[in-house]
Design a protein around this ligand. Structure first.
Ligand code: IDP
Ligand code: MG
Length: 160
């Protein structure tokens, strides 16, 4: 079995990561994408997008009863976001670790929020909280033909 074929086997978990409008406005797009690229996850979807409040509400529907919900929807729809779909073993939990705690002041240095933010309401980036939500959110934010399944040629150098 070739190393390329071998490396492509195994779980194919996917996460939806989004650079929120503050991250785009602050010019942090390259920096943030770079952190996920360097970690070794496979980028299978990427676009700049300004979302409707319907989409924002659907994305955050579990938080609809929270007092901050209207402001959250206003924030997410306030300008373009960058939508990323990432694939790899354990990508959901690992992306959450790279992103850091919801409140940037509590997020560890070295994490995206810990390094780049100061307020929960401007915390720069989103990451799916479960593999199920990863699938749900990728289906919500990307059309089917916008997700590109491919096998990076460096895979044998990332996975045994
Ligand atoms: P998460 O993004 O770390 O998963 P959640 O609790 O799922 O955190 O909340 C989703 C988003 O809602 C947060 O990233 C943040 O933008 C916003 N949010 C959460 N709690 C608050 C709050 O108390 N005030 C303002 N915005 C909040
Ligand atoms: Mg969440």
């Amino acid at each position: 079995i070739s190393p390329v074929v071998r490396a492509s086997q195994g779980p194919s978990e996917r996460s939806y990561v989004m650079i929120k409008p503050d991250g785009v406005q602050r010019g942090l797009v390259g920096e943030i994408i770079s952190r996920f690229e360097k970690k070794g996850f496979t980028l299978i979807g990427l676009k700049l997008y300004t979302c409707s409040s319907e989409l924002a509400k659907e994305h955050y529907k579990d938080l609809s009863s929270k007092p901050f919900f209207p402001k959250l929807v206003e924030y997410i729809t306030s300008g373009p976001v960058v939508c990323l779909a990432l694939k790899g073993p354990g990508v959901v939990a690992s992306a959450r670790k790279l992103i850091g705690a919801t409140n940037p002041l509590q997020a560890e240095p070295g994490t995206i929020r810990g390094d780049l933010g100061i307020e929960t309401g401007r915390n720069v980036v989103h990451g799916s909280d479960s593999p199920e939500n990863g699938e749900r959110e990728i289906a919500l934010w990307f059309k089917e033909d916008e997700v590109c399944e491919w096998e990076p040629s460096m895979m044998p150098w990332l996975r045994e």
